[in-house]
Structure formats: structure tokens, C-alpha cells
Design a protein around this ligand. Structure first.
Ligand code: CP3
Length: 364
């Protein structure tokens, strides 16, 4: 509307046809879609021959740092599967390096941070002014965005403050998060400073990604399920909420995902995220009820169902789609990432099942 010529008495309906914006972005915003959009957590990875071929010549971090290769891996996976969104090939831990914490991936063991953050001095020493070093991720996003134009949604991502802090403090994956929780409880000032620093870096990192063409940002709070509801409220929620809100202010929807979050869903939704990622432990309709129907949801097939016979797989896929019941704001996905030995053809079969699903004929 022309601001110099307002029409105060007639509120014009927002022009919104089913073809505006990608199916995936529309679903994030709970707008009607022609069919449920689908993509997969870890859709580019070792289960795919093309990725294994690239990995023969490059380490994981080398792939991430070479925009040409990262873009190729992202595009190949999305095209081979026929999904509705491409998630940029990167890793959660990349921001640790410019903060002053070098790490490496040990074969079969996952990430290893050389000098974990354990003391107040360690937290004080972390840098927050070098996020531009991550511009290689933005360059990869630009290439993917140029390739797909408006055909697919392009997802940028980062870790949530709690999950990244846990990697920085534990030095890698963890079972009981003892060092992390010790800092939370015993040196709360340092814990809060660490989260503040992370929020600053992650905001800058997400801004790079959005400016490069990411349509949506997914925030992975993969390990937040290690917290009780009270600890989530007292020690993690505020930082996540700040990050969610500032990414939304950049003009893109936010997906906020965690694992084993059954008891946290309603609180996670209070961050204001547009979409909550559900793990597979509860039926989708129960998870959505806990989140609230005013928020979109993404999920929630158990990734190991991809090893089941096709008839079983199809029952589980349909169960999820029926539980969503055609309500606007469902994005089909797994409840966590694809594992390395997953048969690719079963992932492709799920895409076809979601594409072919029709609610009215599926109830019989
Ligand atoms: O296709 C995609 O989903 C994009 C790529 C992507 C990777 N990591 C590449 C990767 C994404 C979205 C991530 C996020 C990530 N990284 C998370 C959050 C998602 C989740 O699983 O909850 C986490 C926790 C990490 C940290 C991380 N990176 C771990 C624990 C590991 C080791 C796991 C293992 O199985 O070895 C990685 C390595 C990693 N990041 C791989 C890939 C494809 C493994 C393959 C390799 O070594 O080439």
C-alpha cells in the first residue's frame, strides 16, 4: 500500500496464493500448501555414495570450507532425494574455531575440542569478533541459492547456545553433561557470559547466512533433552529465545529442534520459534498439542524405520501424515538424522509416499 495514499476504511486482503513462496517456507509460516513438504535431517551424509566419494578426497571440515564442494554436496543430496528443501552442508561446531577453540573430527568418535572450556578464564578468553571467518558458509549458500532459485527452500543452520556450550565444555559428545552442568550450577556467572558470547556469534553467523540467501534458519538444540524443565527455564531458555527473536528480525522463519524434548516442548515453543522440530518418541499429534497449534511442527519419523520393510515404513509415514490431519504448518521429516548405513532407496521411497499421500483417501 502506498503510504502517501492510505485507504483507512478498506482492509485489503493480503495477496496470498498457494503458489507464493516455496511450499516449504509456506508451511513454516502455517500457510496452506498443495501438499506436505518433506526433507531429512542429515540428508547429505555417509549413507549416500556420492557423499562417500567426495569424502575419499576431503575431510569433513575441508568440504565445509570449500564453498564449491559444500554447495555440490548440498545440491546433489537434495536433487537425488527430490525433497522440498536443501540444508546447507556445514557442521554445528564450525563457529568454535573463530571463537578460539580448535577441534577435529576423530574417525568413529565424533568431534574432539582440543582445549575444552572449564574455567572463568577460559570463558573470558573466547573471541566474538571473528565470525566473518565463517563467510565460506555464506558463499556456499549463495551458490546453492543461485542453483535452486525459488524451486526449493534453502535452510541455513546453527547450534543453539546450550548445545554448543555443552560441546565447548565437555570437549565432545557426552552422556551425563557433568562439566556442563557443573559450570551452570557452580559458576553461573561464567555460564551466562558463555551463553551471551555464543548468542552474539550465532546472531552474526545467521546474519551471514540470511544475507547469502538462506530462506529459513534451523537452530539445533540437539542435546537440550539432557535438561530438566526447571533447568531449561533457568539456564538455557533465555539465550535460545534471544537468538530465535533476533534471527526472525532478519526476516526469516526459525525452526527450533531438539531430541528427547517431550517434557520441554511447550517451553521451547515459548521462544517464539515459527516451527518446532519433534523427535519420534511421541506421536506427532501429541507433540503438536504440547507445542500448541499456533506453531508449525517438523517431524517425526524414527530414522531407524528407514531400515524396515516398505509396508511397515509406509504405515509409519501415513500414521504421521494422518496425525497432522492436513492442518497447515506440518513439514515431514525424521525425528533425528539419517544414520550412515541407511538404504538410500528407502529415503527416496518416503519422499514418494509423502508426495502421493491424500488425506481423504488414506483413511480407509
Ligand atoms: O545434510 C545435512 O543435514 C547437513 C549437514 C550437517 C552435518 N552436521 C554434517 C556432518 C548438519 C545439519 C550437521 C549438524 C550437526 N553436527 C549436529 C546437529 C544435528 C544432530 O545430529 O543433532 C551435531 C550434533 C553435529 C556435531 C557432529 N558432527 C557430530 C556429533 C558428528 C559425528 C557423528 C558421526 O556419526 O560421526 C559430526 C560429523 C558430521 N557432520 C557428519 C556429517 C555428514 C558425519 C560424516 C563425516 O564424517 O563425513
Amino acid at each position: 500500500m502506498n503510504p502517501n495514499n492510505p485507504k483507512p476504511t478498506v482492509v485489503e486482503p493480503i495477496q496470498d496464493t498457494i503458489l507464493d513462496g516455496s511450499r516449504f517456507v509456506r508451511a513454516c509460516l502455517r500457510r496452506p500448501v498443495d501438499r506436505t513438504p518433506v526433507w531429512f535431517l542429515r540428508q547429505a551424509g555417509r549413507y549416500m555414495q556420492e557423499y562417500r566419494d567426495v569424502r575419499k578426497h576431503h575431510t569433513l571440515v575441508e568440504i565445509c570450507k570449500q564453498p564449491e564442494i559444500a554447495a555440490e554436496v548440498t545440491i546433489t543430496a537434495a536433487e537425488k532425494l527430490g525433497v522440498d528443501a536443501a540444508i546447507i552442508f556445514a557442521d554445528l561446531l564450525l563457529p568454535l574455531e573463530p571463537m578460539g577453540l580448535p577441534f577435529e573430527f576423530m574417525a568413529g568418535e565424533g568431534p574432539h575440542v582440543h582445549h575444552p572450556v572449564r574455567t572463568a578464564e577460559d570463558v573470558l578468553a573466547l573471541r566474538t569478533d571473528r565470525t566473518d571467518d565463517l563467510a565460506y558458509v555464506a558463499r556456499a549458500i549463495q551458490k546453492v541459492a543461485t542453483h535452486f532459485r525459488d524451486r526449493l527452500g534453502i535452510i541455513g543452520f546453527c547450534g543453539a547456545p546450550y548445545t554448543l556450550a555443552s560441546y565447548m565444555i565437555e570437549g565432545g559428545g557426552s552422556k551425563n553433561y557433568i562439566f556442563t552442568k557443573q559450570m551452570m550450577y557452580r559458576d553461573t556467572l561464567s555460564w551466562r557470559l558463555l551463553l551471551d558470547k555464543l548468542v552474539k556469534v550465532l546472531e552474526d553467523y545467521c546474519r551471514l547466512q540470511v544475507q547469502a540467501g538462506a530462506d529459513v534458519i534451523q537452530i539445533f538444540d540437539s542435546w537440550v533433552g539432557s535438561l530438566s524443565l526447571t533447568d531449561y527455564r533457568d539456564y538455557a531458555f533465555e539465550a535460545s529465545k534471544r537468538l530465535v527473536r533476533s534471527v526472525q528480525a532478519m526476516g526469516v522463519p526459525v525452526i527450533y529442534f531438539g531430541v528427547e524434548t517431550g517434557g520441554l516442548l511447550s517451553e521451547m515453543a515459548s521462544t517464539g520459534a515459527d516451527v518446532i522440530g519433534l523427535d519420534w518418541r511421541s506421536p506427532l499429534d501429541e507433540g503438536w498439542k504440547a507445542v500448541g497449534h499456533g506453531t508449525a511442527v517438523q517431524g517425526n519419523l524414527d530414522p531407524i524405520t528407514l531400515f524396515a520393510p516398505l509396508e511397515v515404513l509406509e504405515m509409519r509415514v501415513k500414521e504421521i501424515l494422518r496425525a497432522a490431519n492436513g492442518r497447515p504448518g506440518h513439514i515431514f521429516n525424521l525425528g533425528h538424522g539419517i544414520v550412515p548405513t541407511t538404504p538410500v532407496e528407502n529415503v527416496q521411497a518416503v519422499v514418494k509416499m509423502v508426495r502421493d499421500f491424500r488425506l481423504e483417501t488414506a483413511n480407509g
